[in-house]
Design a protein around this ligand. Structure first.
Ligand code: UD1
Length: 371
C-alpha cells in the first residue's frame, strides 16, 4: 500500500488555534472518507509552545475540540530571534523524523514564519492559510512574518480580496493563490450555536460581568507598540478610563499587558481586569457587547462577522474589508480619536455592515441577540 499523504499542521500561539481547528476537522473528515475511497491521509499537529499558559493555549484545544498535539516543541517565550530560532531548531528535528509531504501554517505569528522557513529549507512544501494580508507597516513583527511566509509558501490560501490584490502586486504566480474564505470565521459560525445554547455556561468572571443585562464594552490590548512603553500606553489608557465612565469595560488581560499596567501604575477604575478567557467565553462576551476596543487582528474580523461595533486602536489594518464593509473603526492611538469613535457608537450611531450571520445588526447593544 502507498504511503499516506502526510500533512503537518502547525499551531503555536493563541490566534492560531481557531484557524487550525476547522482545518483539522476537515482533514479528519476527508481522512475517514478517503480511507473508504482509497485516498490515504495522515494528519499531525505540532504545537510550538509559543503560547504556553493554560488559558492562552489548552483552553482553546478544549473549546474547539482540537485533538491533542502529536508533537509539542515547548519553546516558550524569548526575544523574537530567540523564539524564532528555538522553533526552527526544534521543528527541523520533527520534520527530519516525520518527513511530511506538506506543512500547513496559519496566521502571522513567529511560529508561522519559523516553521514555514524550516520546512522550505528541507524541501517540504508549505501552505499558508490567511495569506496576502498586509498592513504595509514593516515595524509590525506580524507584517514581516506575513511577507516572508508568503514569499516562500507554495500554496497561498487567502481570506479576502485585498489579499489577492496584494499577492498579485507582489508578483506571486496566479496558480499559487486561492481565495478560500476565512477559516477563523468558520470556527466562529460553528461555535455560535454552542455559545447561544442553554447548555453553555460562561465561566465565573465572564458570567458575573456580562450576565446582568446592563450595557458593557470589551477591551483587548497587547500589541507591543501600544503597551510596552509608558509614553504610548498612558494616553491610550487615558481614553479607556474616560470611556469607562460611560460604560463598564471587561478586559481579559494578556500577560504582557498586565505586567505593563502594574509597572506603569495606571489607574484601572471602571475596568474589570480578568485573566485571558477561553474561546467560547470570549465569543459570549463579544456578542453581547455594545462596543469592542482592541488592537487585535482577529477580533476586527470577528466583530464584523457578529455585527458588533469595534474600535481598533492601531494606525493600520491588514484587514481592510472590516473597515470598508464591516463594523470596524480604525482610529489610531490618539486619545481624542478613540474617545470620539467610542462615543459615536455608544450614542447609537454605529455604522452597520453585512454580518456573517446573514443579518444586519443596527442596535449597538447586542445583549441577548442569540437567545
Ligand atoms: C503573539 C503574536 C501576536 C498575536 C499575539 C496574540 C508574534 C510576533 N506575536 O504576541 O501576533 O497577536 O500572540 O496573543 O508572534 N506570555 C505568557 N504566557 C504565554 C505566552 C506569553 O506569560 O502563554 C508572556 C511572556 O511574558 C512573553 C509575552 O507574553 O514574553 C509575549 O508573548 P509572545 O508570544 O512573545 O508574543 P505575544 O505578545 O503574545
Amino acid at each position: 500500500m502507498n504511503r499516506p499523504l502526510q500533512i503537518c499542521l502547525v499551531a503555536g500561539a493563541r490566534p492560531n488555534f481557531m484557524k487550525v481547528a476547522p482545518i483539522v476537522h476537515a482533514l479528519n473528515t476527508r481522512k475517514e472518507l478517503g480511507q473508504a475511497g482509497g485516498l490515504s491521509l495522515h494528519v499531525s499537529i505540532v504545537h510550538t509552545g509559543q503560547h504556553y499558559d493554560p488559558n492562552m493555549s489548552d483552553v482553546f484545544f478544549r473549546d474547539l475540540g482540537i485533538p491533542a498535539p502529536d508533537r509539542h516543541l515547548d519553546v516558550g517565550s524569548g526575544s523574537h530571534a530567540e523564539q524564532t530560532a528555538k522553533i526552527m531548531v526544534a521543528f527541523e528535528k520533527v520534520l527530519l523524523e516525520d518527513l511530511p509531504d506538506l506543512v500547513v501554517v496559519v496566521g502571522d505569528v513567529n511560529s508561522t514564519v519559523a516553521c514555514a522557513l524550516t520546512a522550505k529549507k528541507l524541501g517540504v512544501r508549505v501552505a499558508h492559510v490567511e495569506a496576502g494580508l498586509r498592513s504595509f507597516d514593516m515595524t509590525m513583527p506580524e507584517e514581516i512574518n506575513r511577507k516572508l511566509t508568503d514569499a516562500i509558501s507554495d500554496l497561498l490560501f487567502v481570506t479576502e480580496e485585498s489579499g489577492m490584490r496584494n499577492l498579485r502586486a507582489e508578483g506571486v504566480p496566479e496558480e499559487r493563490i486561492h481565495l478560500v474564505g476565512n477559516v477563523m470565521i468558520d470556527t466562529l459560525l460553528r461555535s455560535m450555536g454552542r455559545v447561544g445554547s442553554w447548555e453553555f455556561a460562561p465561566s465565573g468572571p465572564v458570567r458575573v460581568f456580562c450576565g446582568t443585562g446592563r450595557r458593557y464594552a470589551v477591551l483587548t490590548l497587547h500589541r507591543p507598540s501600544n503597551v510596552d512603553r509608558k509614553e504610548t500606553l498612558a494616553p491610550v489608557w487615558g481614553a479607556i478610563s474616560e470611556i469607562a465612565r460611560d460604560v463598564p469595560i471587561l478586559f481579559p488581560v494578556h500577560p504582557r499587558t498586565r505586567g505593563k499596567i502594574a509597572a506603569f501604575e495606571l489607574d484601572v477604575a471602571g475596568v474589570t481586569m480578568i485573566d485571558p478567557v477561553g474561546y467560547l467565553d470570549m465569543l459570549y462576551s463579544v456578542k453581547g457587547a455594545a462596543l469592542v476596543l482592541t488592537d487585535s487582528g482577529g477580533l476586527q474580523e470577528e466583530t464584523t462577522a457578529l455585527g458588533v461595533p469595534c474600535v481598533t486602536i492601531r494606525e493600520s489594518t491588514e484587514r481592510p474589508s472590516t473597515v470598508e464593509i464591516g463594523t470596524n473603526y480604525l482610529v489610531g492611538t490618539r486619545p481624542e480619536a478613540i474617545l470620539s469613535a467610542a462615543r459615536e457608537i455608544l450614542a447609537g450611531r454605529a455604522k452597520t455592515g453585512p454580518t456573517a450571520l446573514g443579518r444586519e445588526v443596527r442596535s449597538p447593544n447586542l445583549g441577548n441577540y442569540y437567545k
